[in-house]
Design a binder for this molecule. Sequence first.
Ligand code: SF4
Length: 306
Amino acid sequence: MSRDGDTGACKVRRREGDRILTATRGTTVEHWSSVERKPFYHFRPGLPLLTLAPPGCSFRCDHCVNHRVSQYGRDPDSRVAPRDTDPEALVRNAVERGGGIALSYSEPSLAAELTLELGAHARTSGVPVVWKSNGFLTPEAVERVAPVLAAVNNDLKAAGEEEHRRLTGAPLAPVLETILSLKDAGVWVEISTPLIPGTSAEDEQLARIAEFVAGLGPDTPWHLLRFTPTYRMHRQRPTSPERLGRAMRIGRGAGLRYVYVERALSPEGRATRCPGCTSTRAGGRGGQELRPVSRAWGSRWPGSGP
Ligand code: SF4
């Protein structure tokens, strides 16, 4: 039982009297991006996405490129100040632009309330709401949010419990469960795996991850994210091009038709090839970028009133 003023382990919820306030009805980012940058390569190509990043994450990955947003409340370097959102206005904005809404850069499942509000306003307008998620949800949470989600790019960072805990601080089983449940619920699913040298970039891990992804269906896109030195792993070497090529072959060897390499040097890795004739069907996709709206500490939590 929390006491007045206590903050939860997630650092985004705080008790105030008999109310629980959340920082995740606010966003640290609000900008237009494209569906390919999440990345989604097989969901509404070219769709513009109004991208939001409510603060916080349930994982503590040492390789997090968005740690200033994801480690909100945990890391003193995370000096972001989320500002209040207006879900109705955001959906209206998306309708006018003919786009969708994405929750990305941090962990959207901590913003389930915001997602449901967006979904409620988007329902009649056909605006798709999508997540880039780590998949660490309870089955009850998946059941609540799946009906309002059109697509999820879900991370699958390792194939073994021990490796997953080492990379993220969290167990693997709930992530696998979430991916399967989203798929069952009819949500479009693409999978991302960061290739961390010494862990997820190893053949044995990749083969097991590829096998799981192929089990979702051979047309499930698998995005291999090149590791580059960052955050608590800034002294590590980036994933080598040889390792990236090897990972791609492992994915194809498992029967996956669409394996992509992100954050790498060549646009080749992001091109879609026809599985029948191997000619390129789509290419020229860009990488991700992040522009926080503010880096100042905020004393007021979004949604906490004046
Ligand atoms: S799950 Fe993603 S956002 Fe969260 S800490 Fe790990 S890399 Fe960062």
